[in-house]
Design a binder for this molecule. Structure first.
Ligand code: CDP
Length: 806
């Protein structure tokens, strides 16, 4: 017989709460092929839509003849801009305050732009018919170079804005100008540069890349004419925003729109905004009275749905001769493509780019960003980053390496000298951000010791000498990056989307038997939310995580929320979850006091129960209290055990990390081999270390892809030359390096459980680390900056320019 009474620690372990490497509950269905994705949905009478797209990057549309397409057996209808005009939907508003054509209206502005939407009984018939739509084009001059967009005589991309001198974010200074946005103190920064001992300046380009989720964007629209209700299933990272925007655009009352985001196969920012496919499917369902499915193919996804980056950053840093930074400034041209469909918080046209002073104690700083229109697809989303933070981290981390090179200092030593010190937190940056917490020096030291940094540098020195003697054709690079993110958008005073404050929500219902359901306004796309939110509840309420079901993605049942992107789920909805738990716990405490006939204050919490102080055997477990909440509440108290919380965070959270990469490059082939990649992350309180490690592995793999090969490239005529996975580098297990992960824990002081976001950190920190490693490999040969991506061809070309091929 086992008469062992479990200790508090044993009871806590059984809950599988915060800190536990709980296995992902969603994987039970995913690994068995039982996930429920949009394309799994089959409704009676469902039709299929497909687009006719423009082969031109810039052309006038002289005529569209749909008759042959409409005559193909199986075709039900063909929509053009003219059809959409009858319901006032030829154009739609973008999240950035611009407008965007749903279907080409008079002109096409980028290759593969949507021109007509064919609806057919069968997906293949729809595709065949899309090819039969006859469009007469008159080609116009093309510009795909953002640095030439505001030149005199540059082709006018947006004729609809011809006479508009005011844009969504102030005055426009050219017909291809979208906005100017500045932050920091220009006068003080210029003054600091004027008297600096040392300055560096470099054009640092973060090329256009694409989130490229495995599941492309897709939806099913079903309009019920009798009830006047629209149900829209889709790959939506922010279902409630889609409902609100959908209602504003379509004029269908918001309560009659049901948005459902089922399982999503990766989002990375690509599935935040609204696309023509959604609008056309909705209109098609209204027109035909039948459900309509639209599923993008890979080429459509890569060439038309939201891209990322395309920032051209003129980066400058000023410093003393012994390496203390005194100022930074950065003038940036941001290529927004043909429409400004950037997914940012409304007030921030360049996102949170002013995190660009990074982890360093800059006394003064200034940034200016000009957004421009070009003949490229619209977008500018935060691809696994918080609104332009990745661009900022890349610019400052490359800048610091270039400064180290100029000063003849070790890049790690320069960083250590300038990192914000622990005692400076909460730290207000030169741009006014208040960094919540950090211990940068401990993280940097741990990283350097873990890889034995000194020995690596000695080995590199020896290799460089051997290279100079002609004994090897390999160069060794050591990349160092220290990044600070700004995640958890956001405090409503700083962030909104189209006027909706950026809070988030959690609603928890504990059932009589001590199990429960938690519904949230966020939406997992693979991050494991069903596992981790339950762990927060387990620790907060003392109920086993297995007893909690987590549900997201249905706007009829979930409380209003702004969705999942920018690592905001843990900082915002994670906090809402903890706060909702605390309301439930407070009620449970009152019930316990009533049952135990003591005052509330005489009770203390012990893992999964309230017990009487000084008499621990007198206790009521949370499971018992759940039962009591439905039959034995104190007189006057409402029965039930439920709570809802809408959490408006007081500040962002500022996760950080120290990354080190070691690689070798064969200068004759340009082939690089990553020898080691060490990533130390600090995301505050860690909810599930295993999921965090998975997030880091995924983000590092994306960072590797971006730094070492990804680019959405256009030729001079505006043809997208990298629109399939034959040309766009998506790393597989074969190319992906081995990752070494590590951590420190510096809780956020303002978050209820001290957690910061983590999902995006590896992408933010990984890209500069890889790029610094490649650049470091060539630095001893006088190279200052080699642009990304560092694929074999470009690395070979850089080596060639350095005269390494004779
Ligand atoms: O918003 P998104 O889910 O993309 O990012 P996140 O808040 O960084 O969370 C990604 C995953 O990591 C979620 O399952 C979180 O619960 C988990 N996580 C964690 O376990 N501990 C943290 N401190 C932060 C995130």
């Amino acid at each position: 017989m086992n008469d062992h009474t479990p200790t508090s620690a044993e009871r806590a372990a059984k809950l599988e709460g915060m800190g536990c490497k709980r296995k992902r509950v969603e994987d039970v269905r995913f690994v068995q092929g039982k996930g429920n994705y949009v394309d799994d949905l089959k409704l009676p009478g469902m039709l299929y839509g497909d687009f006719t797209r423009s082969p031109h990057a810039h052309a006038r549309v002289k005529s569209i003849d749909t008759s042959k397409a409409a005559a193909l057996p199986g075709v039900v209808a063909v929509l053009t801009a003219e059809t959409l005009k009858t319901v006032n939907l030829a154009w739609m508003p973008t999240l950035a305050g611009d407008v965007q054509m749903v279907l080409a209206d008079g002109k096409v502005l980028y290759q593969n732009q949507e021109v007509a939407f064919v609806i057919a009984e069968d997906r293949y018939v729809a595709a065949d018919a899309a090819d039969l739509v006859e469009v007469e084009y008159e080609a116009l001059p093309v510009n795909v170079d953002p640095l030439k967009a505001m030149a005199d005589g540059a082709p006018m991309i947006r004729e609809d804005l011809k006479d508009k001198t005011d844009g969504a974010h102030g005055k426009r200074k050219h017909h291809n100008h979208v906005f100017s946005w500045a932050a920091g103190d220009k006068a003080a920064t210029d003054a600091a540069f004027a008297k600096a001992d040392v300055t560096i300046r470099e054009l640092i380009v973060y090329p256009r890349c694409h989130p490229c989720p495995l599941e492309t964007c897709q939806c099913v629209a079903s309009f019920d004419k009798i009830r006047g209700e629209l149900t829209l299933w889709g790959t939506f990272q922010a279902p409630h925003v889609i409902r609100t925007v959908g209602s504003l655009i379509s004029k269908i009352p918001e309560h009659k729109i049901h948005v459902i985001a089922p399982d999503i196969g990766g989002g990375f920012g690509n599935k935040v905004g609204a696309y023509s496919g959604y609008i056309c499917s909705i209109v098609a369902s209204i027109v035909t009275g039948r459900p309509v499915k639209w599923v993008e193919d890979r080429i459509e996804n890569l060439s038309t749905t939201a891209f990322a980056r395309d920032f051209h950053m003129d980066m400058e840093i000023a410093a003393t001769k012994d390496g203390k930074v005194t100022a930074m400034r950065c003038y940036t041209i941001a290529d927004h493509g043909a429409f400004d469909a950037c997914a940012n918080a409304t007030k921030w046209p360049a996102g949170l780019f002013s995190i660009i002073s990074g982890s360093y104690d800059f006394p003064v700083a200034h940034v200016l960003v000009d957004g421009v229109y070009t003949n490229k697809a619209p977008g500018g989303v935060a691809y696994r980053c918080s609104f332009r933070v990745t661009e900022a981290a890349y610019a400052i981390e490359r800048g610091m390496d270039i400064l180290a090179q100029k000063l003849g200092m070790d890049p790690a030593e320069l960083r250590v000298k300038n990192l914000i010190r622990r005692e400076q937190f909460p730290y207000t940056s030169a741009f006014g951000w208040q960094y919540d917490s950090g211990d940068y020096h401990t993280a940097m030291q741990k990283a350097m010791e873990s890889v034995d940094y000194k020995t690596l540098r000695q080995e590199q020195k020896a290799k460089r000498e051997a290279f100079k003697r002609g004994e090897t054709r390999e160069v060794m690079g050591i990349g160092v990056a220290f990044f600070t993110e700004i995640v958890g958008a956001g405090p409503s005073r700083a962030c909104d989307i189209l006027g909706i404050a950026m809070f988030d929500s959690a609603e928890i219902r504990i059932h009589p038997t001590g199990t429960g359901i938690c519904r949230l306004g966020t939406k997992s796309q693979g991050q494991g939310h069903e596992t981790t939110y339950a762990q927060i509840i387990a620790t907060e309420l003392g109920l086993p995580a297995d007893n909690i079901m987590v549900e997201e993605g249905n706007t009829d049942t979930a409380p209003y929320g702004l969705g999942t992107y920018g690592s905001r789920s843990t900082p915002v909805s994670g906090a809402a979850t903890a706060m909702a738990c605390r309301k439930i716990k407070a009620k449970a405490q009152m019930i316990a006091a009533y049952m135990l006939e003591v005052h509330d204050d005489d009770l203390e919490w012990d893992v999964d129960r309230f017990r009487v102080k000084g008499a621990p055997e007198r206790a009521k477990t949370m499971t018992e209290l759940a039962w009591a909440a439905y039959h034995e509440v104190p007189p006057g108290m409402e029965p039930g055990l439920e709570a809802i919380n809408y959490y408006d965070p007081p500040n962002f959270t500022f996760p950080f990390g120290a990354y080190i990469c070691v690689l070798d490059i064969d200068v004759d082939t340009g082939v690089s081999k990553v020898r080691r990649f060490y990533a130390l992350d600090d995301c505050g309180t860690r909810i599930n270390p295993m999921i965090i490690e998975g997030q880091i592995h995924g983000g590092l793999t994306e960072a590797f892809g971006i730094a070492m090969g990804q680019e959405i490239h256009y030729d001079e005529d505006g043809n997208v030359t990298t629109a399939s996975l034959m040309d766009y580098f998506l790393p597989t297990a074969v190319e992906t390096p081995h990752w070494e992960t590590d951590w420190t824990t510096t809780p956020s002081p303002h978050h209820p459980i001290g957690a910061k976001g983590v999902g995006e950190s590896p992408n933010v920190g990984g890209v500069p680390c890889f790029s610094n490693a490649v650049n470091d490999a060539f630095a001893f040969l006088g190279s200052t900056h080699i642009q990304m991506p560092h694929d074999h061809w470009r690395v070979w070309t850089a080596a060639d320019k350095l005269g390494l091929h004779g």
